[in-house]
Design a protein around this ligand. Structure first.
Ligand code: IFM
Length: 451
């Protein structure tokens, strides 16, 4: 039987995000955010739900943090809803919002749990969307002010800061495929959003450094390696390269190497995509030195060339591996390869897996338990890949399971469950799933057996 071991200073945690858990959508002076608007438009959310109440974390945070403590979580990753701090996105600050996140941070500190705070996890104030949102370059100033407020208010309480969560999703799903808020369908706009997101990230990091805080700062990118479905078909090979460039290098290269991938921009120009204007100093601003590389990864891309798909002429297909209930293929070996690719391409001094996990159709059995053995199996396989990567010199120093409690899973609504804690949305009762108990033991022992 193989024992998987982690170094003593390796930190285990869970991750979550404001709109997905907080509820209290209209309470205590919070402004409207884009997900609040988007989820109320019929047809946008598969099961017709929204995040108005979600897990009610706004009121239950003490109970939830007590559960986190019971499990022995070392880090609790969560995000701030920008519209709770600035109801109009800029200008007037909402004291109740400031107070709420301060209380959460104090609760974490009192329970001996490190805080990882994501500044932006997708809930843009609607008032800023009305001015163009991420496609308007002015957002760099708006975001910087917002981030500065958080640094000033919570600088003594946060251990890890994440500027942005998954700018690929914000730009691609929000401005191109329209599956996410604000629901646009314009790839040139999406590319402009990428540039403005990355400028905002860099500008916030620059301000953070001025304050000389002891905490660490990074960005979270969602990356997957892309593999040609048929490795002997040169069209699939080229298509997979393009998908990897737009998913990984479009974000990783500017942040970690100071330049956009030229090959990708040349290709996009041929496809009549408008390339964002890059001003003097932009790339320097974007590539501020970071303390860690935050990685979210769940699956790998298997790619087929497809002339119909503009602008990349490629589409993601299934390769035949087992899938989770999010319909994502389980790809631990590819995750290992991704970690090595990041080590070799970007050479970060420290890497934290800020999200990994699985959605399964969990139910409460006759004994009142949630026996999510498929999730345990998933976590075992991915953590084995992580420990192999650590042995091979990838500086992974933390792993956060997505997610703590079941929550509002964006366009899929409340019915898709990723949590290690089950939530009964009618009663708001929490049930600790078997996966959480398993994880708790791994955290304590820093090892587990594969079989
Ligand atoms: O729920 C999301 C999260 O908000 C961002 N990363 C992927 C998760 C699962 O889809």
């Amino acid at each position: 039987m193989k024992t998987i071991k982690f170094p003593n200073n390796f930190e285990f945690g869970t991750a979550t995000a404001s709109y997905q858990i907080e509820g209290a959508a209209r309470e205590d002076g919070k402004g409207e955010d884009i997900w609040q608007r988007f989820s109320h438009i019929p047809g946008n959310i598969t099961d017709g739900t929204n995040g108005d109440t979600a897990c009610d974390f706004y009121h239950t945070y003490k109970e939830d943090i007590r559960l986190a403590k019971e499990l022995g979580l070392e880090v609790f990753r969560f995000s701030v809803n920008w519209a709770r701090i600035y109801p109009d996105g800029i200008g007037r600050i909402n004291k109740a919002g400031i107070e709420f996140y301060r209380n959460v941070l104090i609760e974490l500190k009192e329970n001996g749990i490190k805080a990882c705070m994501t500044i932006y996890h997708w809930d843009l104030p609607q008032k800023l969307q009305d001015k163009g949102g991420w496609s308007n370059r002015e957002i760099v100033g708006w975001f910087t002010e917002y981030a500065k407020t958080l640094f000033k208010e919570y600088g003594d309480l946060v251990d890890y800061w994440i500027t942005l969560n998954e700018p690929w999703c914000v730009s691609t799903l929000g401005y191109w495929t329209g599956e996410h808020a604000p629901g646009y369908h314009d790839y040139s706009m999406a590319l402009q959003a990428v540039h403005n997101l990355l400028l905002s990230h860099g500008s916030a990091v620059k301000e953070f450094r001025k304050l000389g805080l002891k905490s660490e700062i990074g960005i979270t990118l969602n990356m997957n390696l892309a593999y040609p479905l048929d490795k002997d078909d040169p069209r699939d090979v080229e298509a997979a390269k393009r998908i990897q460039l737009q998913q990984n290098n479009l974000f990783g290269d500017p942040v970690w190497k100071g330049g956009y991938p030229e090959e990708l921009f040349a290709y996009l120009k041929e496809q009549d995509v408008v390339i964002p204007e890059i001003l003097d100093g932009d790339m320097e601003l974007i590539s501020q030195p970071l303390d860690f590389f935050g990685l979210n990864t769940y699956y790998a891309e298997f790619v087929k060339a497809d002339e119909e798909q503009w602008p990349f002429h490629a589409k993601a297909v299934k390769s035949g591996k087992p899938r989770t209930d999010a319909d994502w293929e389980v790809c631990p070996d590819e995750a290992y390869e991704l970690l090595c690719w990041i080590r070799d391409t970007y050479k970060p001094a420290k890497l934290i897996i800020t999200e990994n996990g699985a959605a399964f159709n969990d139910w409460i059995d006759s004994e009142g338990k949630v026996q999510d053995t498929d999730r345990i199996e998933y976590l075992k396989q991915y953590l084995e890949a992580v420990s192999r990567a650590v042995e091979d010199g990838v500086p992974v120093m933390g792993y956060y399971v997505w997610c703590f409690t079941d929550n509002f899973e964006w366009a899929w609504g409340l019915s898709r469950r990723f949590g290690i804690i089950y939530v009964d949305y009618d009663s708001q009762k929490r049930i600790t799933k078997e996966s959480a108990k398993w994880l708790s033991k791994v955290i304590k022992e820093k090892e587990y057996n594969m079989a």
